[in-house]
Design a binder for this molecule. Structure first.
Ligand code: AP5
Length: 216
């Protein structure tokens, strides 16, 4: 299958490396990456109505209501033959709405990649994550530190910690994931498009596993 026929969902717990891998793959394959988390954070930064509605849920590590998210995804997907969805769907309601939307266009999902990482590794990764508020680059103080102390390598802006990367909020995000998002595994497994990939290892190793799953 040519890369331009790929319609991929990246599923997995917070901090599994979905965003890191989705960005690499989107660049490599030349297809659009749609991250609901990134879109919501930008809306919060810009103080839009969407941002005002979403902020309190995000700061608490809770999910933003389905109605808000589904409308947003419809706009993002419109007109795109191929894409990687990072952080969507997260509930069965979202998954069913996505299927309905894609089936109407006769272009169903081609792959669902679940990136699996144990809880304690997730807490280690997320408490050490730093992000650039200007260009969006993502670092890790342990695994992928910036060259100069907490300054973005790409644009020189001081890095920040996401407001939901505090340990108590991370633990709540993990709980929400298990309760609301983990049931999607069964939903997609039945369809034969589901692949589980071990997310522990270097970024390059995990990317290689994902590409193997996509071509298998
Ligand atoms: P979102 O931004 O989607 O957060 P998340 O799913 O919790 O995922 P993260 O961005 O925290 O982690 P990631 O898996 O992308 O990992 P990353 O690559 O950054 O959502 C945030 C909030 O928005 C939600 O809580 C909710 O409120 C709302 N929201 C978003 N979508 C929604 C939806 N569909 N419905 C309802 N609400 C929604 O990596 C993490 C760290 O690890 C980084 O520091 C990275 O450098 C490092 N790292 C990556 N790979 C490796 C590796 N192989 N080894 C070591 N370190 C690594």
């Amino acid at each position: 299958m040519a890369h331009d026929g790929y319609r991929i969902v990246f599923l997995g717990p917070p901090g599994a490396g979905k965003g890191t891998q989705a960005s690499l793959l989107a660049k490599k394959y030349g297809i659009k990456k749609i991250s609901t988390g990134d879109i919501l954070r930008e809306a919060v930064r810009n103080g839009t109505e969407l941002g005002r509605k979403a902020k309190r849920y995000m700061d608490a590590g809770e999910l933003v209501p389905d109605g808000i998210i589904i409308g947003l995804i419809e706009e993002q997907i419109a007109g795109h033959e191929s894409f990687i969805l990072d952080g969507f769907p997260r509930t069965l309601v979202q998954a069913k709405a996505l299927d309905e939307l894609l089936n109407k266009q006769g272009k169903p999902l081609t792959h669902v990649i679940f990136v699996s990482v144990p809880d304690e590794e997730i807490v280690r990764r997320l408490t050490a994550r730093r992000v650039c508020p200007k260009c969006g680059a993502v670092y890790n103080l342990v695994y992928n530190p910036p060259k100069s102390d907490e300054i973005c390598d790409v644009c020189g802006t001081p890095l920040i910690q996401r407001s939901d990367d505090r340990e108590d909020v991370i633990r709540n995000r993990l709980r929400v994931f298990k309760e609301s998002t983990a049931p999607l595994v069964d939903y997609y497994r039945k369809r034969g498009i589901y692949h589980e990939v071990n997310g522990v290892g270097s970024v390059e190793e995990v990317l290689k596993r994902i590409e193997e799953a996509l071509s298998g």
